[in-house]
Design a protein around this ligand. Sequence first.
Ligand SMILES: *Cc1c(COP(=O)(O)O)cnc(C)c1O
Length: 730
Amino acid sequence: MVHLPDRIQRLEELAKDLWWSWTPDARNLFRRLDYSMWRMTAHNPVRMLQLLPQETIERALNDPDWLASYDRTLARLDAARAARNTWVESHCPEIAARSIAYFSAEFALHQSLPIYAGGLGVLAGDHCKEASDLGVPLIGVGFMYPQGYFRQSTTSDGWQEEVYEKLNWADAPIEPAVTPDGKPLVTAVPLGNRTVIVAVWRVLLGRVKLYLLDTDLEENAPWDRELSARLYGGDRDTRVQQEIILGIGGVRALKAVGSDPDVYHLNEGHAAFVVLQRIRDLCEKGWNFDAALEEVRRTTVFTTHTPVPAGHDAFPFHLVETHLSGAWGDLGTHRERFFALGHYDNGGGPMFNMTALALRASGAVNGVSRLHGDVTRQMWQPIWPGASLDTLPVRFVTNGVHVPTWISFEIARLLDTYLGADWTERHDDPAFVERVLSIPDDELWNARQALRAFLFGFIRERARQRWAAQGAASRVVAAGTMLDQSVLTIGFARRFTGYKRPELIFSDPDRLARILNAGRGVQIVFAGKAHPADDVGKHHMQRIYKRALDPKFGGRIAFVEDYDLHVAHFLVQGCDVWLNNPRKPLEASGTSGMKAAINGTPHMSIGDGWWAEGFTGGNGWLIEGRADSGDQGARDWADAQALYALLEEQVVPAFYDRGTDGIPHRWLQIVKESIRTVLPRFSARRMVKEYVRDMYLPALKGQPAAGSRQQAAGSRQPAAGSRQQAAGSG
Ligand SMILES: *Cc1c(COP(=O)(O)O)cnc(C)c1O
């Protein structure tokens, strides 16, 4: 670690508050310190401070500009932490002194903290960052996975290989959490007939703190140390234990840091055991079970993300029974009642279902898009027997993305100029964002060209490094070295899984080859990981990899390895079109298309998830195949035909229709509409304000969620599953 003289002593503190990552001045401060080190560490200032030579610090000390920027940035950090002049202060000051716990199994905050797998984590991370900006008193709780998710590498014929790297703690923006009297925070979680010790790490995000649980301690048995090692790594037995640690350990950890949240927000069902610990705490204070459950329900809100029944965690009763055996305390006599809360038969016999538990123990529930709200009501109606669909306490809050995190510097600079420097505060106001239409075409086109060039610079540099390290010429082609930075580029990056139909665009390879090779051409960049246990997903990925190597497509298809937040930034900003073609209605929301759209990369998608609300006719393209039958193959084929027709008739002609000045004015109209319509409505700012208004405030006021039309009379009691059917519990 470099020595920091007093004058810039707080640089380390800044590096360890991820607030820097979405604050342009703070980012610049580190970038300017040593640009090559900034790139080499993939923008990790904590690591930079380990590696920097002392001369660099001395040079910064003699640079008045840099020092002025340092002072300004730290003053802003202090203001952000104090949450002065925030939206909460001006609009709902009564919640400023309350606290809301936000539980999630993953958080995607920055590439230097690999504790996320994909969309769920990005949503959680963006929620916390926006809460910080708005002054919402949120406290996050999640897992510190020492081995994170995996890094993806490919064999020379495109088979995914998973690499688990142990995180070097010293390189991550984390600190051990401490108790109010300054001791390192450790908590104990009863698991089966033993006790697992859990250490707690703290991550700072300006106003918001995040606590991460870690079982990798010497005091624990080797198998318990492994529990938090990897995200979604183990079998069901591991998984249920992880979820006990998250739910029960999380509530205990909050108590140990001296926090007593007023509202608990469960992001997906993984943390639903929170409910058990909270009911138990109340019973130990003398409450009876029903009153305790009612109190927990009043103060719990739940967000579900998965429109497929099989995607929800469910465990055999005996497994839950075994691992919870030490956790009951005074709740023991109510074991049967508790099991009934999770009881759900999804077709394969009754199981303990984490989503059912969360639904029955939450006063307000939401899906993550309008369409997904409807699907959720239909899917979970049996939880409220006899209730009609429109009276269920299930609403929707459509996802949004944290704009300061995802917007490129180039587009942000145009917004500074043409919207005004206060745009970051006002970007969820659609009338204000109208001013996007006044951005001159030539400036917008220059920004778009620059962003595409950055993407190709990034792709080539990665390919070069891989080739230098490993050779293997075929990989150099697949990695995108033949791409042309002036050619219309389509991006497709997401987890490789069947319902997202990654190979849809290859349905008619000859027609695709004509589209890619005709005229000035079209190219496609793919990226994404398959779940380690999902061989079907890995086969999808491998077939795409092989397409990239097929000369028929002329080197115009690439596969970029190891999709993560860092790669995602380059892709969503640098492509020209963002493609999304899931099987409707299986994409609950999707967020990568929002990140693209706010950067002027219009979305081309099936009308699923957020796009069912987002498409306006002029801000991108709707893929809508007309199949003669409901057969899956027929629908896939029809959607592929619709996709080709859009490319041939609309996308390619608009992109290459250049004026005498060489600028595609018609294209830029679509780009502006994309930014104008998506930036305000699909921002995390709009989303978090809705969570505050529709979910947190009613819970804080002790009322059931208010009944707007999309909403329900929230007092309806869910029916607990019948315990008699729950045979098989030990
Ligand atoms: C945004 C993002 C996702 C989620 O994108 P979807 O559109 O929901 O598939 C997944 N992974 C990374 C790295 C992302 O940045």
